[in-house]
Design a protein around this ligand. Structure first.
Ligand code: NAD
Length: 419
């Protein structure tokens, strides 16, 4: 599933998507050379004394793809299959994503190759603190601002904020986003990605004249992004008929009780065995007849071999990079409307931007304020991408990349080359 061979290497796919959009934009070679590749790549060794007393060495990365439009911004992933190429791909997508929603950030990403499910809280804390000290030269509220991603959360951000602040001698909440509210986090950040996904689905439904009421939904990956998107779609009157996590998939043709499923996932850590559901396998889940398919797990889950089985009307990419370029072509020819990742899941980084603004101003907003501003940003971005899609007759992904890459290209041309 993750980046193991050249054929499914996420970074190769990110570069392929860049070239496709840059070609339609008619971007000159000099500008491509300036914006296509990461500005900085840091690989660090992170030794951690484990609970049993032995020292384990973890490999970890922080990649800053771009700081052209502002501080580099991007999440931190803990996963056994994290590779440098995966982190480079995720950092690249962050650059175009921030530009699509027009927030003044560049792109970055961090990753630690580890298995957090088999680590204690204390081991995770030591890992996070040592990783933070290893990447200290790169991060800071004006330089590079980490946030949660797969298998990291607000507690991870609190440890990073504390470690960074201790080295400076005073509290610096703006060094990370996705923090606990009591440390300068923003109301609405935890559900921002899922909420943003739903705003883009609602916009797509309006465009395609599809009703949301009783629409059927399948969600792959029931973590932060996927479970909240499922909850909000359920609240909006849609029927979530299947969801999966890393342990299994559950299905009910009449709709799953999402609040109870979230409750069970929080208590037990898995969705498998949920009452009033039947188990199905991962392959069946992607091929279910539904209105919206929401991939919300990892990269490359819809690829050349399974794309033709997808029967959804809309694929809403809550995850980063879930559809390969080969699968994109198949979905396109089958008339599936794809809401690309750098648009669909941009709600997370948008509210991260709101959090950073609040931290910088020491002035905090009401939740409704956050939701209203998020809705405005997401709907404007959707409209801008749709306009390019319709006017230039290009797929939504290319349209989104054209918007993001075009904005970064304009900024780099204005700044020129240093020295
Ligand atoms: P998370 O750790 O909260 O949840 C990940 C979920 O995916 C877990 O439920 C896990 O069990 C499940 N999963 C893992 N492997 C799976 C598999 N093979 N099949 C099905 N499910 C599987 O992570 P998250 O923050 O929700 O991130 C999910 C995706 O959304 C990632 O691609 C991430 O980059 C993207 N994303 C997250 C945010 C954010 O704010 N959290 C923002 C933008 C994009």
């Amino acid at each position: 599933m993750l980046t193991t061979t050249k054929a499914d290497n996420a970074y190769e796919l990110a570069l392929e998507n860049f070239d496709a959009a840059a070609d339609v934009l008619g971007l000159d070679n000099d500008t491509r050379e300036m914006i296509k590749y990461p500005e900085r790549v840091l690989t660090v060794t992170v030794p951690v004394r484990m609970d049993d007393g032995h020292i384990h060495r973890f490999e970890a990365y922080r990649v800053q793809h771009s700081s052209v439009r502002g501080p580099a911004k991007g999440g931190l992933r803990y996963h056994p299959q994290v590779t440098l190429d995966e982190v480079k791909a995720l950092a690249t997508w962050m650059t175009w994503k921030c530009a699509v929603v027009n927030i003044p950030f560049g792109g970055a990403k961090g990753g630690v190759t580890c298995d957090p499910k088999h680590m204690s809280q204390s081991e995770l804390e030591h890992l996070t603190r040592r990783y933070t000290s290893a990447i200290l030269p790169l991060i800071g509220p004006q330089q590079d601002i980490p946030a949660p991603d797969v298998y990291t959360n607000s507690q991870t951000m609190a440890w990073i904020m504390d470690t960074y602040s201790m080295t400076k001698g005073y509290a610096i909440p703006g060094v990370v986003t996705g923090k606990p509210i009591s440390l300068g986090g923003s109301l609405g950040r935890n559900e921002a990605t899922g909420r943003g996904v739903v705003y883009t689905i609602l916009s797509a439904c309006q465009h395609l004249h599809l009703p949301i009421k009783d629409a059927t939904v399948v969600v792959q990956g029931f973590g932060n992004a996927g479970s909240i998107a499922a909850q909000l779609l359920h609240d909006a009157g849609a029927k979530v008929i299947a969801v999966s996590d890393s342990t299994g998939c559950v299905y009910n043709k009449d709709g799953l009780n999402i609040p109870e499923l979230i409750h069970m996932k929080t208590l037990c850590g898995h969705v498998e065995g949920f009452p009033e559901s039947e188990p199905i396998d991962a392959k069946q889940l992607l091929a279910l007849d539904c209105d919206f398919l929401v991939p919300a797990a990892l990269e490359n889950t819809i690829h050349a071999e399974n794309a033709s089985a997808v029967r959804a009307k809309i694929v809403a990419e809550a995850a980063n990079g879930p559809v390969t370029p080969a699968a994109d072509r198949i979905l396109e020819s089958n008339g599936v409307f794809v809401i690309p990742d750098i648009l669909c899941n941009a709600g997370g980084v948008t509210v991260s931007y709101f959090e950073w603004v609040q931290d910088e101003q020491h002035l905090f907003w009401e939740a409704q304020d956050v939701y209203n501003r998020l809705e405005r940003v997401m709907k404007t971005a959707f409209r801008d991408v749709l306009k390019i899609h319709l006017e230039k007759k290009v797929p939504m992904r290319i349209a989104a990349n054209m918007l993001g890459i075009g904005r970064v290209a304009e900024a780099v041309k204005l700044r020129g080359i240093y020295p």
